[in-house]
Each structure stands twice: as structure tokens, then as C-alpha cells.
Design a protein around this ligand. Sequence first.
Ligand code: FES
Length: 610
Amino acid sequence: MASYHIDFEPVGLRGECPAGCSLMDAARQLGVHVVSVCGDRGICGRCKVQVLSGRLSEATAAEAEALSPQELEEGYRLACQAYPQSDCKVRVPRDTLSARQRTQVEGLEISVVPEPIVVPHRVQMAPASWSDLRADSERLVGALRDESQVPCSAVDIDVLRGASGRLRDWKWEVQASVRRGEVVALGPWPTMQLVLAVDLGTTKIASYLVNLDNGETMASKGIMNPQIAYGEDLIARLARAVESPSEAARLQGLVVDGLNAIAAELCAEIGAASEDIVEAVVVGNTAMHHLFLGLPVHQLAVSPFVAAVSEPLDLKARDVGLEIAPGGYVHLLANIGGFVGADHVAMLLGSDAWRGEGLVLALDIGTNTEVALVSDGEIACVSCASGPAFEGAHIRHGMRAAPGAIEAVQLVGGEVRYQTIDGVPAVGICGSGILDAMAALYLGGVIDSTGRMGEHTGVRESQGGREFLLVSQEEAGGGAAITVTQRDLRELQLAKGAMRTGIELLLQSRGCSHEDISQVIIAGAFGSYISVSSGIAVGMLPSLPLDRFQQVGNAAGTGARLALISATKREEARSIAARARYIELNNFATFQDTFAKSMYLRQSGDATPA
Ligand code: FES
């Protein structure tokens, strides 16, 4: 039987598929997870792909309905309707991918020549003897200088504490990790040098263990921020820390313990030990940064929200309780201003948004959403308190993106169609699903532009008010029915309204409109898997052609890794922070008005209500 070679990009999965298979069949065979809300019936329009080369069957009536003439012209097809008739190369937009492996550590893969700040050197020393009575540290520094031509003047005190016995155990042949003239770790030669990158989010922590020799990420892990038990948002946590020094210490301890546990787990995964980590880079918003370092936060919690420090910091990891190599450092990238911190610098670095051409809008969506507008090398940023609704919190049946979470929703002819992660019975709804649900309810006329739920067969009264039934109890595998409540919609409106306000006011500050935007970069675990079309439909995102949007995953994590691997990238981060200008949203006279308008749902992308 004839077969065709199908190449799915940019996921990079390709292989042979028998003739007669649809692109959807081919995607499934090759492990490309394409969204199918309607079960391949050609009615949801969510399996949109772009054919870059090759011949396919004629477009069907369903495709003519779901795709615009321009999209058809540009090679867009519905994967469930299109049948290859030759070898094909197909682009799968991020929007079309299902979220099976969704974690908070996914990000762009990075390729950068390692240019580490901590450099390993093999040192062979002459043993101590009656004819050579130099102290061990002098012997080590001397050998580095004379044998390896490494300018070195100091050995960290904790390294020294363990050095004498080890030098003898290792027969005077060691690997010395030298950072700017100081020995920060010793190991037997050769030892893999590891570094740890951490994106310290308000809700989630993403961490990456990187091999410094080649820049490869060896292991990664995401966990919930253990501080959540002491307040879901920044303000609540800052208030807690301001309350008493012991509460501040508790918050710091929680996050440090969490990081030590992750570091140990990641190292165990590859048969290494935390002590093999010679440096860490931690990025977070200004509040997370200050709580992690035990810095005062009172001034950050009250107007005009001033940081204690904004420049990059190099600290001994032990000074903050991080358990890595004895003399290892933790580097913190610079903060920008207000709550816009080092994580935003890392995001701009990791996504390359800071060098984008034209007018670039960069969004890092989370409990706190940072928005930057980049133009001609100038960067203006704001911070929006979008709250945890996008993470599934404060939503009646909200959950994180895990198997059974509804990740995509559509209303087709008044009937609900949905897709769960891993295709198992629905147990709740995650951020992308709730955004989709809101868009579907709005487009289906179930809610109006104020977000109010009207009369509809799916709407019912419950104790907490009106709610829309997404999944009945029977369908939910015996669990509770899954609904979207009026209160959920209000939470989402607040979240999307806060974000859109930031976008509008930034544009206003430059005298631009959303039509001037040449590229929109969306970072963050939630932002990477939302349907951009749904975001546009409810007015969360500006109404622009879909090809102007790029969803880049955890770019802050990518930026943190770059700053670990490369001294040049670390310098670029410094330069990004220096040129970024923080704008306080409350200073705009139009803030309240813009926020009120941004709460409306509408498709035009204009924040002004109809
Ligand atoms: S899966 Fe193709 S249109 Fe729904």
C-alpha cells in the first residue's frame, strides 16, 4: 500500500503514513497531539494546520465554513478533513496542540555556546613534604596559577574546611571550580559541573538542572510554591511578611526548603548530589525576590511600591540557606521596578522579545501578569494583578492542567463539546479550558458582553447563583457535574480585564493602537496553551492576525538558564533591566475607566465597550 512521508513542524515529528489517512490520523500515529473538540467531525474548527508543501484532497464544505478565504489561500486546512496525496510538510500552530505534557517547565530549547562564569580546572599538585611545607590553600592556588595559568587568589572558607582531607584522599589531583579568581568547589577530576536555574513564581516554581559543560538541561521539575498556604497573591504574602519578622522568616524558609528539596531530587535523578551544583540563578518578581532574600518588604507593599534593591546580586548561596557546592553563589538578575522583577528580565532575554522588530508586545501571564512593550530598543513595562483564576484557582471546578482537566471547549449548535487532557473522563477544568468556555458561552449567546448569564437550556440555578452545565454527573465518570458559574465568569473577567488594561495603557503611553503591534509574545505555562482565538474573542488579547502571536512557554526559565550558561547573556540581562522603564498603572488618569471597559467581553479587541 502506498504511503506518504508527513513532516509535522515545528514539533519535529515525522514519518510514513498509509495513503487514505487524514492529517489528523497521521498526527495521531506520529504522536502529534492535535486538538479535536468535535471528534473529527469538521465542526469545531480547532484542528487547524498550515500545509507548507505537498498535495492534499480538495477542501471540504466544512473547511470552507471554518476557514477564511485568506486562510485557505495561505494553506490552512482542518487536519481531520484533509487527506495527503503526496509527501507533505505541515505546520502545527501552538493553538492547535493539545496539552498532554503541560508543565510549568516547558520552554524554548536554547542553543548558546557555553561561556560559563564558573570554570572547572584540572589541578595536579605536588604533595606536602618536608621540602614543601606550603599550606594546602597556597598549594592549590599556586598549582592553579603555575600549572594551569589560572589567576586565582582565594579559596572559599567552606571549601577550605573540607579541603585538606579530600586533597589527600584524591591523591592531590582535583577539579577546582573557579569563579572570578575564587575556588568555589573542589571535586575529584573529572566531575560534571552542574548549575541550577529557578523561576520563582507566585504560584509555581520551575527549576532546571543544567550541565555547565555543554549547556544541556539534564532534568527539570515544577512544583507549587509552598508559600501559597500563606496567601495566594503577592499582596497577601507581603502583608504576612510585614506582620512580623517571624512570618517573613517563615515565608523565606518555605521557599528555600522547597528549592533545596527540588535541587536534591533533580540531582538524584541523574545520579549527582546537590553539592555538585556550583552556581544557581534565581528569577522572580520583586516580591518573590525580596521574600527569598529576606529583604524588607514594607516599602514594597505600600504606595509608591519601592524595591529595597534592584541591581543584580551575587550572594553566597549559603547566606540564603541554599544547599549547593560549599562556596557556590546564587545570582539574582536585576529587578525592573514595582513588582516587575528579574523574571520579566529573564522572559525578555529568553524569548528574545527585547530585540524584536517593530512594536513587540510581550506578556508573561500568571497570578501577576507582566506586560512589556518593546520598540526601537526601548522597553516599557507594567504589572497587572490578574489573580490566580488563570491557574484554575477561585474557579468552582478549576484544577491544574492534569489528566482529566477540560482543556478546550466549544458550543456547537448549542451543544457542548469539550476535550480533556489525555482524553480521560472530565474531573475539572484548567485555565485554557475556562478561557475557552468563556469564549464559547459568549460567542454562543449564553452570556452577554457584561458577562451576565442569560436564559439557555444549559443554564440552571444553583445555591451559588446561575451556572452553565458543561459535563453532567453521569458523563463525569460518577464524579460531580462540572459547571461554569456566574462567579467563575466574574473572576475571569477581573483577570482578563486587568491584563487588557495593562496592554491598553502601555499602548496609550506610546500613542499607539493595537493595530500597530507587529508581534505578540505570550509566555507562561497558562499562556502557552490558551487558544489565542478565545483570548481575542473575549477581548483578553488584541484582535490581530493569528500569525502575529507566538506562544513560547516558560521563557523566564529559559532566560534564567541562559544567564547561567553564558556570561554574555548575563550581561544582556543587565542591559535589558537597565533600559526597561517601569510604569505604574495607578498613575494613569484613565486607569479606572480603562479597567471598567476592559472587563467587557467583545471580539473587536478594542477595549472600548460597544
Ligand atoms: S477536529 Fe477537525 S474540526 Fe473538529
